[in-house]
Ligand binder design. Sequence first.
Ligand code: HEC
Length: 137
Amino acid sequence: MKIIVLIYLLILGIFSSFLFQNKTKKESINAGSEIYQDFCLQCHLSTGNGVFGVFPPLKASDYLLENTNLSIAGIKYGLKGKIIVNNEEYNGVMIRQGLDNEEVADVMNYILNEWGNETTDFITPNQVSKIPKSLVE
Ligand code: HEC
């Protein structure tokens, strides 16, 4: 029985990674831009600057740019408690935004490549699916 489940998961994995390959980085960033307007802009603002001391910046954020997996976990599961962003302490709450793995990947690709942010990373839904909740607990 277990082996059937494993084979099923394997096939599902191969099939979905095949599907997701169809989205280019540019397409993912474009989709992420839409998600940002709907889910993130009210706090992190269109400039990506946030509100000093209240909502941390995404533009040139060392936290975001140096801890990709941690940032993914925060968006996926929510984030609360003390964090340091560009030497400023934030101790707020970002609730879980209810995005699926693909939407988290898209919005990550957007914020990692907007406002002068730059990365060669390409976040995939598969990568997002593997990020455990324990990172932000
Ligand atoms: C209701 C306000 C709010 C919304 C909406 C929101 N955030 Fe946040 N975000 C916060 C707060 C507050 C923190 C800091 C939490 C803490 O202090 O632990 C944070 C932290 C972050 C961080 C890590 C710190 C940094 O600045 O690099 C990232 C990345 C992030 N948010 C991205 C997003 C994305 C992407 C979205 C939309 C999908 C989003 N946030 C929606 C309030 C918000």
